[in-house]
Design a protein around this ligand. Structure first.
Ligand code: FAD
Length: 459
């Protein structure tokens, strides 16, 4: 008898894919081109009952288990060698409840799909900045996007989830039902079960928002970043901004004369009226002569897709890490500029995310997501083409993060975790006092650590 004929999977409505299936290579591919893993079974679920059956099967057979939403996990944890993948990417249901201002989305939905459905009503919930990322992994790890300072993290906007726990039960978790579980899944990732549906609170957004997107020559990075620090300190919550250092891609979206030139980018979204946004974002556009200024009013759904082309699935190799900064001091700026100048790959960037606003108004104990106080997050994104350059690019990223420790409390954002090689120590530092509570929850909901391919809390 083959795996797919097992009685435990009788009636499974989705697709069961094994290595001899012609669809196998497509089904096991994930976004990060570095990842090449060969699971024994991929269970592409069609509905919640499929998920329940698949979890029971993995537990009974004692199989290593990976869970896939959008497949964008940087460490490639949505796929494993030899075990089973429970793939939710085909579960695409979305229902918007206009009177309650909520949206219920199944776990295979991407941000682009959810934004489209909610923007039909002029509503949105905070997502990420690339539309192809899955709502599932991003929300469970926190979720930082263009609305973060106005409305908080994606996980801050959850009103409930439906989740299949390790014993195969389907539970609802919210502030009033299984509240401990609801606390843990908001930042604690996939440790406690497989979320089959997310319910988000929605807010009026757009349909048009003001976007700032201004590239300055890299040689002026010190003064531009110093300005960015001051701008960020006084910005209203409607503004969520970034500064990025990188090289202009050789893409038709950019004038040919600028291709490969190094830049420092100031980018922001104003989550309010376009007129007010245009006025308040104007200073970002006036820091001397820009190389290129693409700032404009833009449909919110288009803003959400604006960066998509920079992150092609499967084509590049990716290794991203992060560190929270205590402040963007002159010293930190000097380090960041030196690090950007030493990038081994022109596809790579150093990103400075402005935090604060609504994120900082949630208590660090309100959910598992701990870091509410840091004003900036640094994302070091190594993106490159050839396997032979793996070591140089990964080393560059690690060195950058290492050198930035002196400006940080050491905590990382778990959605940009490298390959999670620092293990439990990093988890303890990043979750602080919340870590022990996560361990208690893990013991209660997943004592055998069935769900371990994630930023893992050991029971
Ligand atoms: P997957 O690889 O499918 O899943 C990631 C992990 O989440 C899995 O290994 C599993 O542990 C868990 N998981 C997935 N689905 C479920 C489920 N239904 N139930 C339980 N556990 C589950 N992050 C931000 O905060 N903001 C951004 O703007 C942002 N932009 C990004 C852009 C790109 C191009 C990429 C690649 C990543 C970006 N990220 C961003 C990081 C992103 O949040 C994480 O990579 C996240 O894990 C992706 O979720 P996914 O569902 O697509 O990934």
């Amino acid at each position: 008898m083959t795996l797919t004929q097992d009685a435990l999977l009788t009636g499974f409505r989705g697709e069961l894919i094994t290595p001899d299936d012609s669809r196998y290579d497509e089904a096991r591919a994930v976004w990060n081109g570095m990842i090449d893993r060969r699971p024994a079974l991929i269970a592409q679920c069609k509905d919640t009952m499929d998920v329940i059956q698949a979890v029971r099967f993995a537990r009974e057979k004692n199989m290593l288990l990976a869970v896939r939403g959008g497949g964008h996990n940087v460490a490639g944890l949505a796929v494993c060698d030899g075990g089973m993948v429970i793939d939710l990417s085909g579960m695409k249901g979305i229902v918007v409840n206009l009177s309650a201002r909520t949206a219920r989305a199944e776990a295979g939905v991407t941000w682009g799909e959810l934004d489209r459905a909610t923007q039909a009503y002029g509503l949105a919930t905070p997502g990420g900045v690339v539309s192809e990322t899955g709502i599932a992994g991003l929300t469970l790890g926190g979720g930082l996007g263009w609305l973060r300072r106005k409305y908080g993290l994606s996980s801050d906007n959850l009103s409930s989830v439906e989740i299949v726990t390790a014993d195969g039960r389907l539970l609802t978790a919210s502030e009033t039902e299984n509240a401990d579980l609801f606390w843990g899944i908001r930042g604690g990732g996939g440790n406690f079960g497989i979320v089959t549906a997310f319910e988000y609170r929605l807010h009026p957004v757009g349909p048009e928002v003001m976007m700032a997107f201004v590239l300055y020559p890299f040689e002026r990075a010190a003064e531009v970043l110093t300005f960015f620090r001051e701008f960020a300190a006084d910005a209203p919550d409607e503004i969520s901004a970034f500064a990025v250092m990188g090289s202009v891609p050789a893409e038709p979206a950019y004038p040919e004369a600028l291709h490969h030139k190094d830049y420092v980018l100031l980018a922001a979204c104003y989550a309010g009226s376009v007129a007010e946004g245009r006025r308040l974002l104007q200073p970002l556009r006036e820091q001397g002569e820009p190389m290129l200024d693409m700032s404009a009013p833009i449909q919110y759904v288009d803003m959400q897709m604006f960066l998509d082309a920079d992150y092609p699935a499967g084509k590049l190799r990716y290794y991203w890490k992060s560190v929270y900064l205590n402040s963007l001091s002159d010293d930190a700026i000097d380090h960041l500029i030196m690090q950007a100048a030493s990038r081994p790959s022109s596809h790579s960037t150093i990103d400075i995310w402005q935090l604060g606003g609504a994120i900082s108004r949630f208590s660090p104990d309100a959910s598992a997501f701990r870091n509410r106080h840091s004003p900036f997050l640094i994302g070091v994104e190594a993106n490159w083409e050839n396997q032979r350059d793996d070591v140089a690019n990964m080393e560059w990223t690690r060195t950058c993060i290492q050198e930035l420790q002196m400006f940080s409390d050491g905590s990382q954002y778990m959605n940009f975790p490298g390959f999670l090689e620092e293990g439990e120590q990093q988890m303890r530092t990043s979750f602080g006092r919340n870590y022990d509570r996560l361990v208690e929850l893990k013991k209660k909901y997943d004592p055998t650590n069935l769900f371990r391919l994630n930023h893992n809390v050991k029971p």
